[in-house]
Design a protein. Sequence first.
Length: 165
Amino acid sequence: MAKSKEKDNKTNAMRILDKNKVKYRINTYECDEFKDGISIADMLGQPYERSFKTLVTVGKSRNYYVFVIPIAEELDMKKAAKAVSEKNIEMIHVKEINNITGYIRGGCTPVGMKKNYMTVIHESVNDFDEIIVSGGKIGVQILLSPIDLIQVTGAVTGDIIVKKE
C-alpha cells in the first residue's frame, strides 16, 4: 500500500527522472501559495547560487523557450534571444504557464513540460556537483547533478543573465 501512495506523490518531473535512471533527491517544505525562489532559499537556508528558477518565454517566431537561471539573477532578454536564435523574446504571461508547461507558477521545472521546448541553462550550473530546481509542484524541490539535468532536458548552457555592475 505504501508504494502506491509514494507513486501518487511523484510529480511528472520525478517520473521522467526515474524513467531515465537519473539520481536525484527531493526536498519538501510547507508552502500553500507561490513564493519566490529567494524567499524559499532563505526559509530553507539554501545558497542562492545553487538554487535555479525556470522561466518560460516566447519568441517572435511564436516558439516557446525555457531558461534556467540562479534565483537571484535576472534573465538578459537580448542574450537569451541570441542563445535561441530569435530576434527578441518576451516572458509568457503568468496565466499561460499551466497551459504551456503543465506546471503552475512556483512549481515550474524544466523537466517534463507538456512539450520539449528548447532549454538554456545559465553556464554557472557547471560550477556545482548538485543544484536545486523546482520539483514540479509548490513545496517540492529536486536536487540533482547539472549534467543529468542538461542531458534529460536536452539543454545547452550559456551566458544569459544580466551582468551586475
